[in-house]
Ligand binder design. Structure first.
Ligand SMILES: [Fe+2]
Ligand SMILES: [Fe+2]
Length: 476
């Protein structure tokens, strides 16, 4: 197993000390990253002590060290999962051939685009969550927010390393641009839509972690299959950290549901107004937030049918999540995939696409199945509480801005409806201005160790076997 050298300016397990040119280039990028962190990250909390985990190895057991750090002193480093001996290409036209240690010239621009797009999302989310610390529901949650923020910063490092090490001058320029675009910026926005959406409250934050970080999981899983081995290894290690981000989303939303059920029981009513009077989130309101973040995140997978998706698969650039264990046919040269598209007459029709062209949809389908797991769990809680209400994911045709269903008005079940009907019904399906104002009114910061805001139940356990009431962030 490779070890990480922490005596270096940039902790790494890629033997940076033996590549002086690369080391210098990255050491030149480092202060620019720190400037960006100060300007765009959770800098109002720069001087507080946070109980954080830091990667200290890539071994599945014991890869992280837990300790108290001030965020600007976090050791952002470059960590690749250990190479798999004799790894061969797992999909596409070159199936079975040895993986690449360098980027083949003919695939360079496709690789660069994918890496830049992935890299762009990492700092974007830190920017989106920039001010959330001020309204944390507990110190436990505040710590989780900061843990996610520093790790997204590290994921940016992961992509910047690949750009610098394998893409020459273009790569260095792209690495600079990753710090120049900003979430929601009118002139220089982040590349993908969802990463320009503001995250102004913790309900949105938990939805983002649940839905949008999960898109990240699927993108990373498919890049972890890549024939370009350094990229695959980088993504494999990122996934280790990413799991916590989804945990924060899933448990965060689960705790909100649990608290709401308690309030409904106390009030003896499931009337949203009664729930709101007790300072909790009513379930229909939660449903509208789920509708918003789920539908926005679906677009991140791209068009249902895409020649780009076909070439990246054929060329061995981007595979499917768990390619080896989930699929039998790894070449997909003549298989097909059935998709549903608008029939142009206000209805839905089935269409058949070559499998390779439908890879975005294959990925999106797997993502949707993964999203359903949490909903099943929350619905079980609701049912056990004796309530009829059921949380649902809207159809993958609802409110899409990309692909066959882009700008086609549908209801939550994906049935095409006319535009007037949509305009009339949409405010009931998405968070309204008054929903947002109500959620904002709940966002009062709670920083007494172990105490929780009234709208969220405590977690089942603390971090790294510590108690829930441990002082995870010392605000001094
Ligand atoms: Fe990430
Ligand atoms: Fe993440």
């Amino acid at each position: 197993m490779s070890t990480i050298d922490y005596s270096e300016k940039i902790p790494n397990n890629v033997d940076l000390a033996n590549d002086k040119t690369l080391q210098r280039a990255l050491e030149h990028w480092q202060p620019r990253f720190l400037d960006w962190w100060r300007e765009m990250g959770p800098n109002d909390f720069a001087s507080v002590d946070v109980y954080l985990r830091t990667a200290v190895g890539v071994d599945a057991q014991g890869w992280a060290h837990y300790g108290t750090v001030k965020m600007p002193d976090y050791r952002w480093g470059i960590f690749l999962a250990d190479p798999i001996a004799d790894r061969t290409i797992g999909f596409g036209d070159s199936f079975g051939q040895p993986v690449w240690q360098q980027v083949p010239g003919e695939f360079r621009s496709q690789f660069r685009r994918l890496i830049v797009t992935q890299g762009d999302t990492e700092p974007a989310s830190v920017e989106q969550q920039h001010r959330l610390g001020h309204t944390c529901p507990s110190l436990y949650d505040l710590r989780n927010l900061f843990q996610i923020n520093v790790e997204e910063g590290r994921h940016l490092w992961a992509m910047v390393y690949i750009l610098h090490a394998y893409f020459g001058r273009d790569g260095r320029e792209e690495a600079g641009e990753l710090l120049a675009r900003h979430s929601g910026d009118v002139d220089k926005p982040r590349i993908l839509g969802t990463f320009n959406e503001p995250i102004e409250d913790w309900l949105s934050f938990f939805c983002f972690c649940y839905f949008t970080d999960r898109d990240g999981k699927f993108q990373l899983k498919s890049l972890a299959e890549s024939s370009f081995d350094p990229l695959a290894r980088t993504c494999r290690f990122m996934l280790t950290e990413e799991a916590h981000h989804m945990f924060v989303g899933e448990t965060g939303l689960g705790r909100i549901v649990r608290r709401t059920l308690e309030v409904m029981k106390e009030a003896g009513s499931d009337d949203p107004e009664a729930v709101r009077r007790q300072g909790a989130v009513d379930l229909p309101l939660l449903q509208r937030y789920l509708n918003f973040w789920f539908s926005s995140s679906l677009d991140l997978f791209g068009s249902e049918v895409s020649s780009n998706a076909a070439t990246t698969f054929a060329n061995g650039i981007k595979g499917r999540p768990d390619e080896m264990t989930q699929y039998q046919d790894h070449v997909c040269a003549d298989s097909t995939f059935e998709i549903e598209i608008p029939d142009g007459k206000g209805g839905v029709m089935k269409d058949t696409s070559p499998m390779r062209n439908a890879m975005n949809e294959v990925l999106r389908d797997a993502y949707i199945r993964d999203c359903e797991i949490g909903l099943k769990r929350w619905n079980m809680q609701i049912k056990r509480g004796g309530h009829k209400f059921e949380l649902k994911l809207p159809s993958n045709r609802f409110r899409r801005a990309i692909g066959a269903w882009a700008n086609i008005p549908t209801d939550l079940e994906g049935r095409p409806i006319d535009r007037e009907e949509l305009d009339r019904l949409l405010p009931g399906w998405l968070p309204s201005a008054s929903d947002k104002a109500f959620v904002r009114s709940l966002m009062q910061r709670v920083v007494e160790p172990g105490k929780m805001a009234a709208w969220i139940a405590p977690p089942d356990r603390g971090i790294n076997n510590l108690a829930v009431d441990y002082e995870y962030v010392r605000l001094n």
